[in-house]
Design a protein around this ligand. Sequence first.
Ligand code: PAF
Length: 280
Amino acid sequence: MEIIHTPREMTAWANRTRAAAETIALVPTMGAFHDGHLALMRAAAQRADRLVVSLFVNPIQFGASEDLDRYPRNLKRDAELAAAQGTDILFAPAAEAMYPRGFATKVGVAGLTDTLCGASRPGHFDGVTTVVAKLFNLVKPQVAVFGEKDFQQLAVIRRMVADLAWDIDVVGHPIVREADGLAMSSRNVYLAPEERQAALGLSRALAHARQRVAAGETDTERLLAGVRQALLARPGVTIDYLSVVHGQSLVAQERIDADSVLLVAALVGTTRLIDNTPLP
Ligand code: PAF
């Protein structure tokens, strides 16, 4: 595996690879790899001749009071893990290389970004779509794989790719969970042992909601009341949002149907966690 640090070298590699008629898959990441990232890499490696993993803690998607400075970083460990999954290129640019002096462009998706995480984290999705657009232009992938844990992010990126007519297959990968159900996240390392226990409330509440829908519940308000109660019973948990939405449009639904997805964001202590589940 080769590590590339500059956009110029990344583009040169992408051009050579395309000229050799080899296909490219991209997994965009912010590093601090866990098994969820590694599963994305393995899935992506099967879909193209060459695999590029980008590792960039993107400053413009963090709010002023968020965890940019303490976000976990370990390039050496991440490089070893990426190489072991068959990654050809680890693209790890510096912030100054991605956003040089004078950088003034913003890529934004309207509508889909107004709700849920977009409402709680103003500007976050503009940061995500701007960096992903730049990564697509540098890496020139035919396939890009994203985790479904960031459900809204995936919907926003699909919209951007369709609207801007990029010939890129955006693939969502199912959430990878710990044995006890907690959705894997780079932010789980922030959790103290008792918070880690409280954080289990998210996946447990979603699983319970799924069971209730399987048993015939179709009323969103009733379903959410039960989920809210289960979450708040956990010490140190504050709900940011809890919503049943249509899986593509992200419009809130009063009645649960085959397209419904239940999304939750909560603070456990000071750590913001998200999770989601399709409702059967
Ligand atoms: O999901 C992430 O890790 C980030 O939002 C992404 C897609 C790599 C953009 O910085």
